[in-house]
Write a protein that binds this ligand. Sequence first.
Ligand SMILES: C[S@@+](CC[C@H](N)C(=O)[O-])C[C@H]1O[C@@H](n2cnc3c(N)ncnc32)[C@H](O)[C@@H]1O
Length: 282
Amino acid sequence: MTELSATVRSVADTARWVAYFRARETQRPDPLFRDPYAARLAGEQGFRIANTLPAANKHEWAWVARTYLFDPFISRAIQDGADLVVNLAAGLDARPYRMNLPATLQWVEVDLPDIVSYKEEILGNEEPRCQLKRLSLDLSEVACRRELFAQLNARSTKIVVASEGLLIYFTAEEVASLAKDLAAGEHFQSWIIDLASPGQLRLMQRTTGKQLSEADAAFKFAPPEGPKFFARYGWESKDVQGLLKTAARFKRAPAETLSLLPEPKGDFGNYPWTGVCLLEKR
Ligand SMILES: C[S@@+](CC[C@H](N)C(=O)[O-])C[C@H]1O[C@@H](n2cnc3c(N)ncnc32)[C@H](O)[C@@H]1O
């Protein structure tokens, strides 16, 4: 293992990396969101990853735009009657503590055991604003996740799923299988995902992705058909927001990327695009 890849020891460490950017955003005088827990959660390891991996810091605007876009999608789903938020691969996300939420809302976070126990250590004494449960589960274990989804389906009436920063680590077959499993429960109504185009995936694989592959956290998923990929598994794309467009709106996009705007219409193909999509059950 190289010195660089040693900073990212496994896919779970990518959660510390994202938390580091949320901490930096929170320190700005004009933050797009505030996460007062992010600095503690990111810890030294988050700082090290962001400042050691090649090009890891270069796309801070994209990480921030992603979190910024997930927030209102989740809020709107709750306003529209969701009584359970299921955050798959929640990592070190602190939304149950930092967002304005109904006290009766159920919120279930799922992630790998190491990151769940680390988070519990840091946030164990904090008070979430809703009914929060944290579960350790490897989402690639199909039988276990199906059992969990069936239990969640039985105990709520309208579920919104968020999976921020997860799908890129899965193959297309794995994403298809997860999409089908989520579509199976009648109360699973919406799913908020982030997505990269094949062009963006190639760029990421050439830079940060090389080191992440060594830590078994290779970037894999970027369907050529974009959000339409999910239609055949029961999910229709209702809203799609590009990260670059969002960052440009807040004057956060670096000058060298602005020539990429406006975004093309239709399939993104080689165009280096990442965005957040709201999917709804068909
Ligand atoms: C880039 S982080 C994103 C974390 C969080 N959603 C956020 O935006 O801050 C990716 C997360 O996916 C989790 N993850 C990756 N593969 C997983 C799997 N098979 N089962 C459960 N969690 C997984 C990692 O542990 C990590 O927390």
